[in-house]
Design a protein around this ligand. Structure first.
Ligand SMILES: [Zn+2]
Length: 312
């Protein structure tokens, strides 16, 4: 954790959550996760993997202080003060096996953002390939920190081949992703399904037309397979580097009803675009400590007028 984050985290202990979420101009709380697992998981190289008991504690904390709302309610323009909407990115099978049952038990609505290229385990996201390779090397006592972009995919695939890792076999054996059938079941259970780009490239490395193709193709897939009441899209990684031109095209072509970034607790100038908060940040022992630090940071930014997300 960086020194400033640590100071803010320490300072936030003196406040109650109610004090920190109070005030004008408070953005709606949109926590997001990728997976929950009690197993040693290779994707821990990409983000902190929370245990099922920690996830339950997070939910209990959120339910104690905020009101859970559905994607439709988020879109409706109702008073969003003290409400939250949960979402989960990348469509991993733990969403179906571990997360959804806990959400059902606690009565919490959620949206699952998926990449069509990976549904049914047809392919593996390049950062997950890097994570699997990191784990492979770690088991051999070699510390590696591969952090490739989609542009280095060929060299990554070559590296896997060189060490005898076959992605097709890996996908068949591990089934990291949910199947289309499982996504249909989630929709029948009342959850929302949204798109997360076709195959999760770094948008800041794409030109605007290619960004729009990623959005159009994944949204078309969504509408062809599901009956989304609200057409939602979460930018892969972040919305950093996404221009006004792209937001205008999304609106003009009516591609999405709602879009999401990952800048934390922040206000947004773009209409129908919201920032979400990663709950997998390192260094926080509970959702309470993470949220208190995040809201204190927001309140401080508000004092110096830095509380609205910036992109360009
Ligand atoms: Zn993602």
């Amino acid at each position: 954790m960086k020194i400033l984050s640590r100071l803010i985290s320490l300072a936030s202990r003196s406040f109650s959550i109610a004090q920190l979420v109070d005030g004008e101009e408070m953005p709606v709380l949109l926590p997001f996760y990728h997976l929950v697992s009690d197993q040693e998981h290779p994707f821990q190289y990409n983000y902190r993997v929370l245990s099922a008991s920690r996830f339950r504690e997070d939910l209990d904390f959120l339910l104690e202080h905020f009101e859970p709302i559905s994607l439709e309610e988020l879109h409706s323009g109702m008073n969003l003060k003290n409400s939250f909407h949960l979402s989960f990115d990348d469509g991993l099978r733990e969403c179906f096996e571990i997360i959804a049952p806990i959400l059902k038990e606690k009565g919490v609505p959620a949206t699952f953002f998926v990449n069509p290229a990976f549904v049914d385990n047809h392919d593996l996201f390049h950062r997950y390939k890097a994570a699997v390779l990191n784990q492979f090397f770690a088991k051999k006592g070699v510390i590696s920190d591969l952090q490739n972009t989609y542009a280095d995919l060929m060299s990554l695939d070559q590296m896997a081949e060189d060490v005898g890792l076959n992605w097709q076999e890996y996908l068949e054996k591990e089934n990291p992703y949910m199947t289309l059938e499982q996504l249909f079941q989630l929709e029948r259970d009342g959850f929302s399904i949204g798109a997360h780009s076709w195959d999760h490239p770094e948008f800041w490395l794409l030109d605007e037309e290619r960004q729009l193709d990623e959005i159009r193709e994944s949204m078309e897939w969504l509408v062809a397979n599901f009956s989304p009441k609200i057409k939602a899209f979460a930018f892969p990684f972040t919305d950093f580097g996404v221009s006004r031109f792209v937001f205008d095209a999304i609106r003009r072509e009516r591609l999405c009803d709602l879009t999401f970034g990952t800048a934390g607790v922040k206000l947004e100038k773009e209409s129908r675009h919201y920032q979400r908060l990663s709950m997998e940040a390192e260094g926080y022992k509970s959702a309470r400590s993470l949220l208190k630090a995040e809201y204190l940071s927001y309140q401080l930014k508000r004092l110096v007028d830095q509380h609205v997300a910036k992109r360009e």
